[in-house]
Design a protein around this ligand. Structure first.
Ligand code: UDX
Length: 454
């Protein structure tokens, strides 16, 4: 079976490489010629641990190759995964023009029975629109069916996540679609079974097979949006608690640890701080709010989740102001620009708004990130002495009146805090992710301020 993957971004490329690693012949398409050339030459267009190795292996074995366009890829493949972007429009809804364009291109190149699988995160009922569009534009009456197979990959661990899914959601219209998708995922399920042979489920159950959820198209679409909205809700919830802790003199990290010990709550996504960013959580949350309202549902809870998150940068800047008193004329070192560790992605990163805000306030900035500097520089060019990029955290700290940690890169946890404090004008530290040990920071001479910590 040949698989086409249309759109080679943070979802499409790891997915395409994962399928080729599983043994399928995969044709990738992207409409950005520069990116396509880079991929064809074996270079990842973005930082994703482990992906470049899969890319080189896929290209070498011939199991992964680039197709010139959607028509060529569709003509050859039996299953076509649509992984194009669904950016946010000004009103918060999802811009589906790329999805629609791809649906038309697929329609014109149908040449036999094909399964068109929506993998991009799209509002509920988009799959129906894709079906309608392909039906309208297709040449002849070639058979096709639409399916929804949402992706739950996290940036920075996309390769690991591909091979270790918590669930595989298959939104299908018929047993033909279901069986075809099950066939695509069979090698992955076999791999998972081989890895979990020592941990069988309850008598007679197959814990691997139980991860496969077969639903309708609409249910599959909603599962994805609901999953991201729930994660966002956990983060905004703990950030609200952080504000309460700050006002009451309590410590949110201890509250979160205690909450997380309850298995009904769980410890993940309870890290208070400067809030969630990235290409998915903020955008998907707003798209779900919009589609929910369009469908007449009360989305007040999720509107509050979004509003709390939007206030986080302001809270952090206020914390910094409490420390420095006057911002104008001060120098601040920023540790971390990526929206989270393990990626060079800065889309909707809190760092963008922090930097913008501090520049407006007349603060000179010294920026460091282990991976994201190049991407950041493209949006915010170097402008010494107002704004300089630094090659190490120690350099970012040099002469600064405060350091602000915005991304919890593991290397920031290993810093020699005393050396860091020694090169600063005033050793103040605002920990926007609550990852450093306040006692160790204070012992090294820092004035330490967290988010929601006394
Ligand atoms: C998310 C979903 O996790 C993934 O399943 C989906 O497929 C795509 O969207 P990703 O955007 O890679 O993945 O980032 P994620 O790891 O979810 O983090 C999102 C943001 O939340 C980051 O800015 C992170 O710093 C922030 N975050 C996360 C917190 O502020 N606190 C937490 O406790 C956890």
């Amino acid at each position: 079976m040949k698989i086409a993957v249309i759109g080679l971004g943070h979802v499409g490329l790891p997915t395409a490489l994962g399928f080729s690693e599983l043994g399928w012949e995969v044709l990738g398409v992207d409409d950005d010629p520069h990116k396509s050339r880079q991929i064809a030459a074996g270079r990842m267009p973005f930082y994703e641990p482990g992906a470049e190795e899969l890319l080189r292996r896929g290209l070498r074995s011939g199991r992964f190759r680039l197709a010139p366009d959607v028509a060529a890829a569709t003509a050859e493949a039996e299953v076509v995964f649509v992984c194009v972007g669904t950016p946010q429009r000004d009103d918060g809804s999802a811009d589906l023009s790329q999805v629609e364009g791809v649906a038309r291109a697929i329609a014109r190149s149908l040449n036999g029975g094909k399964l068109i699988v929506e993998k991009s995160t799209t509002p509920v009922r988009t799959a129906e629109r894709i079906r309608q569009t392909i039906g309208r534009y297709r040449n002849g009456d070639h058979r096709f069916e639409v399916a929804v197979n949402p992706e739950f990959l996290r940036e920075g661990s996309a390769v690991y996540d591909f091979f270790h899914p918590h669930r595989i959601v298959l939104g299908v219209e018929s047993s033909w679609g279901r069986d075809l998708l099950l066939q695509v995922y069979r090698p992955l399920l076999d791999r998972l079974r081989a890895e979990t042979t020592n941990t069988p489920g309850a008598a007679g159950s197959d814990p691997v097979e139980e991860r496969v959820i077969v639903t309708s198209l609409q249910t599959a679409e909603l599962i994805k949006h609901a999953a991201n909205a729930f994660l966002a809700t956990k983060i905004s919830f703990i950030n609200m608690v952080a504000d309460l802790c700050e006002a009451a003199g309590a410590d949110v990290t201890e509250v979160a640890r205690a909450l997380g010990l309850d298995p009904r709550i769980g410890p993940a996504f309870l890290q208070a701080g400067v809030g969630f960013g990235g290409y998915c959580l903020p955008k998907d949350l707003r798209a779900l709010i919009r589609i929910g309202e369009e469908l007449g549902a009360d989305m007040a809870l999720l509107r509050a989740v979004d509003a709390i998150n939007r206030q986080r940068v302001g809270r952090l800047v206020r914390r910094l102001e409490q420390v420095l008193w006057v911002l104008r004329g001060k120098t601040v070192g920023i540790l971390g620009l990526a929206f989270k560790p393990g990626t060079d992605d800065i889309r909707e990163a809190p760092s963008l708004r922090v930097v913008e805000h501090l520049l407006q306030e007349g603060v000179a900035l010294r920026l460091h990130d282990p991976q994201a500097v190049e991407n950041f520089r493209r949006v915010v060019p170097e402008d010494p002495p107002r704004l300089v990029y630094c090659t190490s955290p120690y350099e970012a700290a040099r002469g600064a009146h405060a350091l602000v940690l915005l991304t919890e890169w593991p290397e920031y946890g290993d810093l020699d805090l005393a050396s860091l404090a020694a090169v600063m004008e005033v050793p103040c530290l605002v920990d926007g992710r609550n990852v450093l040990d306040p006692a160790a920071a204070r012992a090294a001479g820092f004035e330490y301020v967290g988010m929601g910590r006394p």
